[in-house]
Design a protein around this ligand. Structure first.
Ligand code: ADP
Ligand code: MG
Length: 251
């Protein structure tokens, strides 16, 4: 997959889950009712909104885990929404880490490379580099269960970046961590993005997280985009009352 793309382009992407019409015959709202935006290479984008607003649906449409109901996704002129997830090759980080419990940290991180047929000497080099980047080199031979939640999430981040994906997708990666670790990991994610400059799309329901991490924030509600803007714009000039309310709340 192209690494030197200029623009990731989402063109009116939607996703419905069908389901029965209500008694009045009204079809259920789409989970994602239409998202259009251009994302430049290297940008850190946060998808922000309350639970159920369609953030994960949008992210899973990008990764290919979910098919679009309509619309298209392009890396420059290359249309990618018709490709299966493995051909898109994006790095994914989930809330629950999704590590293999019986494999060492190093094996977890190298697994994707092994599956791609990368030679073992190169796997070793790349795993070491990724573990250095997330500052876990000294834990390479431990099992995930021997690590803290924050360390396990750093393993998951190393596993996503080791494949050198054009795009990193993170779905509420910090929401299983306690408040102190969440803050630590926030700076960790900012540092890693600073060092790698890899295009990142980061799903969160936490306003502070989005404001402190993202170059631009996409505020969503009921499957629809309410506003796209820099943290200053979204916080300082909310586009409507619902954005203003959402940005005003703190948890
Ligand atoms: P978020 O990640 O913002 O919490 P989701 O994208 O998970 O929201 O969900 C958006 C909406 O789509 C919700 O109403 C949810 O119930 C619905 N939804 C998500 N996944 C499915 C599914 N597999 N089947 C049916 N409905 C779904
Ligand atoms: Mg979600």
């Amino acid at each position: 997959m192209k690494h030197d793309f200029k623009t990731l382009r989402l063109d009116r992407i939607t996703r419905n889950f069908g389901g029965p019409a209500s008694a009045s015959g009204v079809a259920p709202l789409p989970a994602l009712g239409g998202l259009t935006m251009n994302i430049a290479r290297g940008e850190f984008i946060a998808l922000l909104g309350p639970s159920g607003c369609g953030k994960s649906t949008a992210l899973n449409c990008l990764s290919g885990l979910l098919a679009l109901s309509s619309g298209a996704i392009y890396l420059d002129e290359l249309r990618i929404d018709t490709l299966p997830p493995e051909q898109r090759g994006f790095g994914m980080v989930f809330q629950n880490y999704a590590l293999f419990p019986h494999m060492t940290v190093a094996k977890n991180v190298g697994f994707g490379l092994l599956m791609r047929g990368v030679a073992s000497s190169e796997i070793e080099t790349r795993v070491k580099r990724a573990l250095d980047l997330v500052q876990l080199a000294m834990h390479a031979n431990k099992l995930p269960g021997q690590l803290s939640g924050g360390q396990q999430q750093r393993v998951a981040i190393a596993r996503a970046i080791v494949i050198e994906p054009p795009l990193i997708l993170m779905d509420e990666p910090l929401s299983n961590l306690d408040a102190k670790l969440r803050l630590e990991m926030r700076s960790e994610i900012r540092r890693i993005h600073g060092e790698l400059g890899r295009t990142t799309i980061y799903v969160t329901h936490d306003q502070d997280e989005a404001l402190s991490l993202a170059d631009r924030i996409v505020v969503m509600k009921d499957g629809l985009v309410q506003q796209v803007g820099t943290p200053q714009e979204v916080y300082g000039q909310p586009a409507n009352l619902s954005v203003a309310r959402f940005m005003g709340y703190r948890n």
